[in-house]
Write a protein that binds this ligand. Structure first.
Ligand code: HEM
Ligand code: HEM
Length: 174
């Protein structure tokens, strides 16, 4: 019998692989100003490529989600969880979608070239500070909003697991 109280395998695989990738992309972003100048473009390229991978995974995950809706919350879930969980999850999805767009614009209008190893994608856009400066700033604020939301989200999951002990984490556990 299908266990309708748990997320399915696909959703779980997407969740944990994207959570890991998100941490790596976020840390690479935060470290951007700490790299020696000579290696900075290598690291920002890596940040951009992994960020793009996250974006592609997000599209696939969201598409899949419409065909496999998340399981309903358990009857024991509190009123606050019932009201907050869906909108918070959707807001995380929205931020995961919008943040990379600002990153892409910043990257391109900084005159950078996507280096995929085997080939490069050079859009030959001249560096334009009037564009990449504000978009870089917005990209940063959106990333900080995501860190905050994802951090609160992870804390809420741990609170459910260890304080409320309502088994919520088990719904997403592999
Ligand atoms: C959800 C995915 C992403 C997150 C969480 C993220 C996060 C960050 C963070 C925290 C910074 C540092 C901001 C600062 O202190 O100035 C940053 C910078 C940057 N990110 Fe992202 N990023 C993501 C996706 C992307 C993508 C897909 C691209 C491009 C294809 C990109 C391109 C950049 C660029 C160009 C910078 C500015 C570096 C510079 O100063 O030149 N990011 N990102
Ligand atoms: C230690 C870290 C994390 C833990 C313990 C955790 C735990 C969970 C749990 C238990 C659920 C299912 C909630 C429910 O039953 O309604 C969930 C869903 C979700 N998580 Fe996480 N999570 C973590 C990190 C992240 C990160 C880093 C992101 C994205 C940046 C993320 C995004 C999501 C999203 C979007 C959902 C909703 C899934 C859906 O309904 O489509 N999580 N998480």
């Amino acid at each position: 019998m299908v266990n309708v109280t748990r997320y399915d395998r696909g959703a779980i695989a997407f969740h944990w692989s994207m959570a890991l990738l998100f941490v790596i992309v976020g840390v690479l972003g935060l470290l951007h100003d700490s790299w020696p100048r000579a290696t900075q473009s290598f690291w920002i390229n890596l940040h951009a490529l992994l960020g793009l991978a996250l974006w592609v995974l997000l599209a696939a995950r969201f598409r899949r989600r419409s065909a496999h809706p998340p399981p309903p919350l358990p009857a024991a879930a509190g009123e606050l969880s019932r009201r907050l969980s869906r909108p918070v999850h959707l807001l995380i999805y929205l931020l995961l979608f919008v943040t990379p767009i600002l990153g892409i614009v910043t990257f391109i209008w900084h005159g950078r070239v996507f280096d995929f190893g085997l080939f490069q994608v050079d859009l030959a856009v001249p560096k334009n500070r009037a564009i990449f400066h504000p978009t870089e700033e917005i990209h940063m604020y959106l990333a900080y909003a995501l860190f905050t939301l994802a951090g609160l989200h992870a804390l809420a999951a741990l609170w459910h697991q260890f304080i409320r002990r309502d088994g919520l984490l088990a719904r997403m556990w592999p």
